[in-house]
Design a protein around this ligand. Structure first.
Ligand code: ACO
Length: 314
């Protein structure tokens, strides 16, 4: 039974760290409001030279080294981002050339915040179908470029960074299947807005999204566990999209996972959209906080309004 397994993880964060105190000099906010409503204490912000592609290359390089896989052995690259300037060539193409690959399949995938879980699902299916044997999947975002630093309701949330997984073919699959869906009434609930020619900024109906996440997300996340042939008791790690600590904690409670490893990288990294899940898991993995061969439940939601989840064994 051909399928895929996780071979390696990598991540990249820009050097510059922006604190809540710094934001309180830009807009009418304060550390107490930000930490109590979102959990965020710091976020990394890209420099001029950090791009979606350059951050993706660094995360990809680290994931390949972690996997012990040569760049020339990769035959599929998928980059997912909602902030990329690349149209053609794709960011995936630039990553493939940047890492010295030997002509893999390349494409970008756009599904906003759950983009990484969608991309993992597609890479897993490609491996299952025999279209690929080794896939590099990267979420990379430069949200700071699409953030209005005069809008206190959004500029406190967004951040930059990248995360990457290497998947390889196996006869004993431990990835997926991916469960995905969307929420019609929240279509415009999270978006990047702006008239043609005007700057485009991240915007959202925070309350409606929050309500959905608190009431509906757990049921969809549990479907991913069932699809993997597991029960919630089998799950050892929860990696939710890092949108708000006040969403992650109730989600862990609803899934009865509070005594397991719950990734809360939002506290130091803010919301990095499609990068948040692989970034949070990779940082914990490279710190040595994650056991090998443990079932992790990955769940993303946001822009579109789309969601996706799957179980991946570390
Ligand atoms: N500092 C101080 N006060 C603020 C700030 C701020 N930074 N931002 C808003 N306020 C004020 C508002 O003006 C409002 O004041 P008012 O009551 O006088 O009108 C009050 O605080 C409450 O504002 P809300 O927007 O209702 O605040 P809420 O408690 O809903 O928190 C938040 C906002 C954190 C965005 C929350 O709604 C949330 O997390 N929603 C879900 C977000 C999400 O998961 N998105 C999906 C992913 S999107 C992505 O990942 C890119």
């Amino acid at each position: 039974r051909r399928g895929s397994q996780l071979l390696g993880l990598g991540h990249f964060q820009p050097e510059r760290i922006m604190t809540n105190e710094e934001l309180s000099l830009l807009v009418d906010t304060n550390d107490e409001w930000i930490t109590s409503r979102t959990g965020i204490r710091t976020r990394h912000i890209a420099s001029e030279t950090d791009t979606v592609t350059s951050m993706a290359i660094e995360a990809g390089r680290m994931a390949l080294a972690d996997a012990g896989v040569a760049a020339t052995d990769v035959d599929l690259v998928i980059v997912t981002s909602v902030t990329s300037h690349d149209r053609s060539p794709s960011s995936a193409g630039r990553v493939a050339v940047g890492l010295g690959m030997a002509g893999p399949g390349i494409f970008d995938l756009s599904a906003a915040c759950p983009g990484f879980e969608y991309a993992l699902g597609v890479a897993d299916m490609a491996i299952r179908a025999g279209s690929a044997t080794t896939a590099l999947v990267i979420g990379s975002e430069k949200l700071s470029e699409f953030t209005d630093y005069t809008d206190r309701s959004t500029c406190i949330l967004t951040a930059d960074g990248a995360g990457a997984f290497v998947l390889g073919a196996t006869d004993r699959p431990t990835v997926g299947p991916t469960v995905w869906g969307s929420v019609p009434h929240l279509l415009d609930g999270v978006r990047i807005d702006g008239a043609p020619g005007e700057p485009r900024y991240f915007a959202q109906e925070g309350r409606s999204v929050f309500r959905w996440a608190i009431t509906e997300a757990a049921g969809h996340a549990e479907r991913a566990v069932t699809a993997a042939g597991l029960t919630l008791a089998d799950i050892e790690i929860l990696v939710s999209h890092q949108a708000n600590l006040r969403i992650i904690e109730p989600l862990a409670e609803a899934l009865h996972l509070t005594d397991k490893i719950v990734i809360t990288d939002i506290v130091e990294s803010g919301n990095t959209s499609a990068a948040s899940v692989p970034l949070g898991l990779s940082k914990a993995w490279h710190r040595g906080d994650i056991p090998a061969d443990a079932p992790a439940l990955l769940f993303g939601f946001g822009g579109g309004f789309a969601y996706a989840g799957l179980v991946v064994h570390t």
